[in-house]
Design a binder for this molecule. Structure first.
Ligand code: SAM
Length: 285
């Protein structure tokens, strides 16, 4: 790896907290070459200087947009959604009933962290609206991502037919999306009304609190071990006691944090934060 690229990676880490694993650095030149020619930048040395300059906010946003991977789809890893509907939401309601003697005045708060272009939070909202309509009125979903254009696209709720074709059933399309004159599809207002989008960096931003369920899928493997430890520690604090975390199927919490209990439902694995060491729920695992 060239000295200039190494230096840019140090600057990137210093400014955003993002670190690129060695396997990902080969992507740098291809992903950033367009931006370098747009801005008439001849070397990575010059590129680093511009990125480090705190006045270059737009430039930084564009770099972050390009070096992050936004792969996602509707209802990604379907078994997760069955688990949310059949296991996690009922347990959250049991817990709220136990704590407050009635859950209806206490919204179920869900955070879709690193949500990319929004398919994940919208899929959660659609699944709940479809199968648990009485619960839908009581959910609030926060959806965040580090990348600005990506979160703006998520907020717009507009998708091409190619994006729709990745994971969304015809039935859900007809019921929860409006077709626009240009042939794209927009999520309807009912589903939109329960999702709030914000830009948020999982490494350096302050974490919101008070969640019953956090989905943080397919992002931790971009972080080094230290960042993963910090990430799971911060997620544990962001969750209410006896609440839940879902990560991607290729990710692991246990190697980085002892604060979570591994739970299983069918083929799906998820985690419970149980700092009191008291398990309120007795159904199965
Ligand atoms: C592969 S996508 C995963 C999207 C979705 N969670 C899923 O599983 O389908 C990873 C997302 O993580 C975001 N990301 C990367 N680093 C981040 C950070 N430090 N803070 C917040 N989001 C980050 C990227 O911008 C990207 O949209």
């Amino acid at each position: 790896m060239s000295k200039e690229i190494l230096e840019f990676m140090n600057v990137l880490k210093k400014v955003t907290g993002l670190s690129l694993t060695d396997e990902k650095t080969y992507l740098l030149e291809s992903r950033l070459s367009g931006l370098m020619s747009d801005h008439k930048i001849a070397s990575f040395y010059e590129f680093s200087k511009k990125f480090e300059n705190s006045h270059e906010v737009d430039f930084r946003e564009k770099v972050i947009e390009r070096i992050t991977t936004h792969e996602t789809k509707f209802f990604r890893d379907e078994s997760i959604f069955e688990t949310i509907l059949d296991r996690i939401i009922p347990e959250i309601i049991d817990r709220k009933n136990e704590l407050y003697k009635g859950w209806k005045n206490h919204p179920i708060r869900i955070w879709s962290a690193a949500c990319s272009t929004g398919q994940e939070p919208y899929s959660v909202a659609i699944a709940i609206r479809e199968r648990l309509p009485h619960v839908f009125k009581n959910i609030k979903i926060l959806a965040t991502d580090i990348a600005k254009e990506t979160i703006e696209k998520a907020r717009s709720g507009c998708y091409t037919s190619f994006e729709i074709g990745r994971g969304l059933e015809e039935y859900h399309l007809g019921r929860y999306f409006d077709k626009l004159p240009d042939g794209t599809f927009r999520i309807n207002d009912e589903i939109r009304s329960v999702v709030e989008f914000k830009q948020h960096n999982l490494i350096s931003s302050e974490f919101p609190t008070g969640f019953d369920l956090v989905l943080c899928r397919n992002v931790s493997y971009y972080f080094d071990s230290n960042e993963r430890r910090n990430l799971f520690d911060k997620i544990a604090k962001t969750l209410n006691q006896d609440s839940f975390l879902i990560i991607g199927s290729a990710e692991s919490v246990s190697d980085f944090s002892s604060k979570f209990l591994l739970r299983e439902f069918g083929l799906c694995r998820y985690y419970e934060v149980n700092s009191s060491n008291v398990t309120l729920f007795s159904r199965g695992t």
